[in-house]
Design a protein around this ligand. Sequence first.
Ligand SMILES: [Zn+2]
Length: 365
Amino acid sequence: MKTLDSRVGEHARGPLARGCVVGLTLWSVLCVATVGAARAQSGAAVPGAAGAPYPGMPSIAPIGVRIGKYLDVPEASKGPAIDPAKGYRTQKLGDGLYMITDNAYQSMFMVYEGGVVVVDAPPSFAKNIRAAIDEVTDKPITHVIYSHSHIDHIGGTRLLGGHPVIIAQEETKRLLARAGDPNRPLPTMTFKDRYTLKVGSQVLDLSYFGVAHEPGNIFIYAPAQKTLMVVDMVFPGWMPWRRLALAEDLAGYYEQVERVLQFPFQTLVAGHVARVGTREDVQQQLAFMKDLKAAAGDALRNTKPGEGLDAADRGNPWAVFDNYIDRVACDCVNQLTPKWSPRLAGFDVFIWDQCYSMEQSLRID
Ligand SMILES: [Zn+2]
């Protein structure tokens, strides 16, 4: 996978080799050892070190290799700036409904006659959630909804204070009980498939469609505000986080990203990135996912196992597969780069991860 070692080796070998030109017997022995070590750095002859690049190696650096300058973030993927003195910004989404973000994470709160419902408390800005609410109302937080169990989205719940009703899907409660994390208090109310929270004149529809990102990850829909919150599934304007946001079930993930569009939402709160999403953002991500699946499938069909493998490694099935899968990923990355590198922010950061997770899912799911 690595392409740089041979150049590093050449560089290292030059001066070392020159130092050995004159030598008595003892020096000759040392020089042979030194040149041998330098040659070892070239990688060519050392088992386990990088070999020559694969034919058609993509220009985007593979996993584990440093990128000199990442691709620029397209303007359309950026969001409104954050006031550094505050560390967060609040955006009104509709009647009594607001998003809070630090431009990396997003949560939501809904104001009703008797209090406030908070959806998620990311530790990155949870200490500011009460201040954000105070800009709108001094009513107490009566309910907290967990989108899912992951600590980076709900690990700041304790900082909200009080004793709110905590609502989650029952799988989330199971995972939190197992984690035993005091910063993620257990839900006090769970549901299986669907639950409608009615507080005063406000409504939030919670629904669960099975495993995609992780068990218990729910869709939270505010019908009056036409706003859908679903976390770690869609990344408006951006490449999804590595390995399709670590989706635990890739087939379920594909199915549920499609399902997002079945909600009549106008605004999507996706839990990440610097701005809210639109229906077009979801359509764009689905188009990328479709192209990714096609490219990985095409690469799996058109790549022959064992090609270019050292003859001595033919009896090592792990080696045969590593070489095969690497070449599948190279082909996959090359197919997707022309169309998608200018369209999705962070394409270069995670495209190799996406190709590796897709080829694996296509082979085993
Ligand atoms: Zn998550």
